[in-house]
Ligand binder design. Structure first.
Ligand code: CA
Length: 360
């Protein structure tokens, strides 16, 4: 009893000494914050899981250890598709995922990951940071107590791996393809059958014939899965995911408890991770494409214009129908579609004109 008394008193004493020594106003700044980051990817998954690691590392180091973020792979703390709820409910202070996974919460979440025939990575960042997109995203997640931030972008993805040639729209009829989200709905409307399954099951499903085709990401991630061994044709462009944004989810209450400098560190780290991912994908896709073509003799083919035109027409219908369901959906849709029609004029005479000129 006496010993415990002594420890208690010593403990109280230690606290009061600490308080006495601290300069008023700096107590919050000196606090240590231990955060959990739950992710929708396997731990260390190339490009996506490694971006979560990088984001955590930057926050830890930029804050001088005042925030310690620990990363959890999918299934370690919560399953991949429960990341949003975990951050909303405070089980984790941060999440790392793709907004289109949360279409069950709000279909409009898809505007903040990828829309078929939507924005490229550069245009998406332009809309988010300078076109009002980020504010709308915050508005959408506000009722869930979550602050979103872009933390990565895959760049233009590939249309996918096919076990048959696609020459006309008829070739899409009856095609069994793994293609999630709005792109999947578009494929269904041209007569395809869509299946959603985790990445780990795609290889065997293509091999057994359970699938005729699958999209995944691009050469870097697709090479790692070995799809070239089980599907002959690799089609482009990724009309359904022209620049998929990866998101950081931040629990609003936890964010508000941070002093201003740490809040800025968290947001700045997200921006830095965002540019890091698109740079990494550009570099590694280019290396992997070279391996696929020259080493594995993969046939890389463009989807015919006739097919792309039809897919675009249906995509625009699908997105508009989704927007008509709810006033906030409509507000986001108006913002992003106005931005797209304007930025297309600029992109046409800048990126597109230059890329064409470089080929001459
Ligand atoms: Ca994809």
């Amino acid at each position: 009893m006496k010993r415990r008394d002594f420890i208690n008193k010593a403990g109280i004493g230690a606290i009061s000494v600490g308080t006495a020594l601290s300069i008023p106003g700096t107590a919050k700044a000196a606090s240590k914050f231990k955060w959990k980051m739950v992710t929708a990817w396997p731990k260390n998954f190339p490009g996506l899981g490694t971006n979560a690691n990088l984001l955590a590392k930057m926050i830890n180091e930029m804050s001088g250890g005042r925030i310690k973020v620990k990363v959890y792979g999918a299934g370690e703390l919560v399953p991949a598709f429960e990341v949003f709820d975990a951050v909303s409910g405070g089980t984790a202070e941060m999440g790392h995922s793709g907004a289109y996974y949360w279409k069950g919460k709000s279909e409009a979440s898809q505007f903040f990951s990828a829309v078929p025939f939507g924005l490229t990575a550069q245009e998406m960042n332009a809309w988010l940071y300078y076109g009002g997109g980020w504010d709308l995203w915050k508005k959408l997640y506000k009722p869930f107590g979550i602050i979103p931030a872009a933390t990565g972008n895959s760049g233009v993805q590939m249309a996918g791996w096919f076990n048959r040639e696609i020459n006309t729209l008829d070739d899409l009829k009856g095609l069994k393809m793994r293609i999630p989200g709005l792109g999947g709905e578009v494929l269904r409307r041209v007569g395809g059958t869509t299946v959603n399954m985790p990445g780990g099951e795609l290889f065997t499903s293509l091999q057994s014939g359970a699938l005729d085709a699958t999209e995944w990401v691009g050469p870097y991630n697709d090479l790692a899965f070995g799809f070239y061994k089980v599907a002959k044709y690799y089609y482009y462009p990724g009309w359904h995911e022209p620049g998929s944004t990866i998101e950081a989810l931040i629990n609003e209450k936890a964010f508000n408890e941070l002093p201003k400098d740490l809040q800025q560190i968290v947001l700045a780290a997200c921006k830095a991770a965002n540019i890091d991912m698109v740079s990494e994908y550009t570099a590694r896709n280019n290396q992997a494409l070279n391996t696929l073509v020259n080493k594995h003799k993969v046939k890389v083919l463009p989807l015919p214009d006739e097919v792309l035109k039809k897919l675009k027409q249906i995509s625009d219908e699908v997105v508009k129908e989704m927007a008509d369901k709810d006033p906030l959906h409509q507000e986001i849709y108006q913002s992003v579609s106005q931005f797209r029609s304007q930025v297309m004029k600029w992109s046409n005479i800048s990126e597109q004109a230059f890329l064409r000129a470089r080929e001459l």
